[in-house]
Write a protein that binds this ligand. Structure first.
Ligand code: NDP
Ligand code: X2W
Length: 336
């Protein structure tokens, strides 16, 4: 019979990637795709490139359905309004792609998101869904990591486990799909094309997500500097991370740490060659590399990820696979 799966926010950028992946997943028996704006429309009319021609349904149809698994791809603040109801109805698993359940406490959420947390009682139950660092979810709620934190934490965790960093600066370049489907002056073609811009720093909301995840695996400085930039590509993120370390390891040693810590995980790998966005775009990979700048006494780390796949929908399906006991790459084999 297969799993009964629902997607909230199925018409958004992350939601559409979920539809693409889940409609071809061998364990998914039925797929309900929710959208307020496109309810009643055939997906093939809205997204002819999708290759799935089911009909979008209103979110109330998902609320009423007997789902085994729900993916929530709503903006932050909106997800936490639907997740408690799903859990109360006894669903097997919720994978939330928003930021609502990623931070460890409601006070931190209030400080960085500027609003009271809508469901603080669920924060302790949520598992931060970066399995290569935090293992497999045992509970029913997975907080899928942010796209920038995915790359930064995978690059930094093996390092902060082994050495005490004096300072950490994460400089990131992102494609425009990271900003979602809703157009804005910032993401308008004319604003982005043939340009590049820093934004959100020094208080981008992914900063505490990176800090709290790294703080859980090693010793880090009190604050991480995070500087995101918008660049004129559709998808993909490239991060250059500068770490001050009292004793500088060789690049080969750092690549060895990556090899050890990520052994057996299919989607994360490291190589001498510095990763590029084109090496990971349209895949579920994270590619890592490292260099030692001995003149300046800095360790340089490099990470590339596709924000919509390993940074969102691909990781969400990987998290479902692991939580339900399937192999991590089931339905994602073409994205390794
Ligand atoms: N884009 C990316 O690279 C990444 C996104 N994420 C996270 O995933 C979630 C979805 O992101 P993304 O797909 O980019 O976002 P989009 O803006 O592209 O899509 C959001 C979806 O949510 C639905 N929705 C429901 N309620 C609201 C509301 N109040 N305001 C706006 N939309 C609403 C919209 O559909 P409808 O109006 O039809 O109901 C739409 O389909 C977000 O929490 C985002 O932060 C995480 C990692 C990376
Ligand atoms: C380019 C761009 O605007 N990127 C988004 C981050 C991507 C994302 O969706 O992150 P969350 O899941 O944490 O919301 C931003 O900077 O807010």
């Amino acid at each position: 019979m297969g799993l009964s799966v629902g997607i909230y926010g199925g018409s958004g950028y992350a939601g559409v990637e979920l539809v693409r992946l889940l409609s071809g997943h061998p364990e998914v028996g039925s797929l309900l795709v929710g959208s307020r704006g496109y309810a009643g429309c055939r997906a093939g009319e809205v997204y002819p490139q999708l290759g799935w021609d089911g009909e979008f349904v209103g979110p109330e149809a998902l609320d009423a359905a007997e789902l085994d698994v729900a993916f929530v791809a709503y903006p932050h603040g909106e997800s936490a309004a639907v997740v408690p109801g799903l859990l109360e109805r006894g669903i097997r698993l919720v994978v939330d792609l928003s930021a609502d359940f990623r931070l460890p406490d409601a006070g931190m959420y209030g400080e960085w998101y500027g609003t009271e947390h809508p469901a603080p009682e669920l924060l302790a139950e949520a598992h931060y869904g970066l399995p290569e660092v935090f293992g497999v979810a045992e509970g029913r709620l997975v907080a899928n990591p942010g796209c920038y934190p995915t790359a930064a934490i995978l690059a930094l965790a093996p390092v902060v486990r082994r050495l005490r960093a004096g300072s950490v600066v994460v400089s990131a370049l992102s494609g425009v799909s990271g900003a979602g489907a809703k157009p804005s002056a910032k993401t308008h073609f004319v604003s982005v094309n043939e340009s590049a811009a820093a934004y959100g720093t020094p208080r981008h909301r992914h900063t505490p997500e990176i800090e709290s995840a790294l703080g859980a695996v090693g010793e880090i400085p009190a604050a991480v500097t995070f500087v995101p930039h918008l660049i004129p590509v559709t998808r993909g993120i490239l991060e250059t991370i500068v770490v001050d370390a009292p004793e500088l390891p060789d690049a080969a040693e750092v690549l060895g740490w990556y090899g050890e810590d990520y052994a057996g995980w299919k989607f994360v790998s490291a190589a001498e060659r510095y990763p590029e966005i084109s090496h990971v775009a349209n895949t579920n990979r994270v590619r890592l590399s490292a260099a030692a700048d001995r003149r300046a006494g800095k360790l340089l780390l490099f990470a590339a990820v596709d924000n919509l796949l390993k940074g969102a929908a691909g990781a969400a399906v990987q998290n479902m696979n692991l939580a339900l006991g399937y192999s991590e790459e089931l339905g994602l084999e073409h994205l390794v």
